[in-house]
Design a protein around this ligand. Structure first.
Ligand code: FES
Length: 163
């Protein structure tokens, strides 16, 4: 009995340490759970915005496009074309599966490298699996005399820009 009483303070001290240890683990777990909840709500409440480049392209001065020229702007995936009827812009994206087409001056046609669709200079399909012609895009001349194109607005075919 006396031996037990000698060890009692030691047992109490060990019990307190154990209690303190589990209390700290419990508080740490609550802290981690609270941080996770805060991170979730921050992500949930922050706006989910996708930044895209403007659809409007400044193609530069009109004299960059002499009569008879077909210019591919690879960055914007548009053609800037100047023929006797006027200026116009076509999307360079193939209407089949979205490959960027290329102007073939020796054939006087626009060709898709992916599955062989062919279009004439006005974007009408000549051959291949493309289901539709290349879209005509809204084009205008701004106050500084520069050719502007809005890639997000298609217009009916043969609406030439005459300046
Ligand atoms: S993507 Fe142009 S023909 Fe298929």
């Amino acid at each position: 009995m006396t031996a037990t009483t000698q060890h009692e303070p030691l047992q109490k001290s060990a019990e307190l340490d154990r209690r303190e240890f589990f209390t700290k683990i419990g508080l740490g777990s609550l802290g981690i759970a609270a941080a996770g909840t805060l991170a979730f709500y921050y992500q949930y409440l922050s706006p989910n915005v996708l930044f895209e480049p403007s659809p409007i392209v400044n193609a530069g001065a009109l004299d960059r496009y002499p009569l008879g020229s077909v210019t591919l702007d690879v960055n914007s995936a548009i053609y800037l074309i100047h023929i006797a009827d006027g200026y116009f812009s076509l999307s360079a994206i193939c209407t089949h599966l979205g490959c960027v087409t290329a102007w073939k001056p020796e054939l006087k046609m626009i060709a898709c490298p992916c599955h062989g669709s062919r279009f004439n200079i006005e974007g009408q399909k000549l051959a291949g699996p493309a289901p539709k012609p290349l879209p005509w895009l809204k084009a205008w001349v701004n106050d500084d005399g520069e050719l502007m194109v809005d890639r997000s607005i298609t217009i009916p075919q043969f609406q030439f820009l005459r300046v």
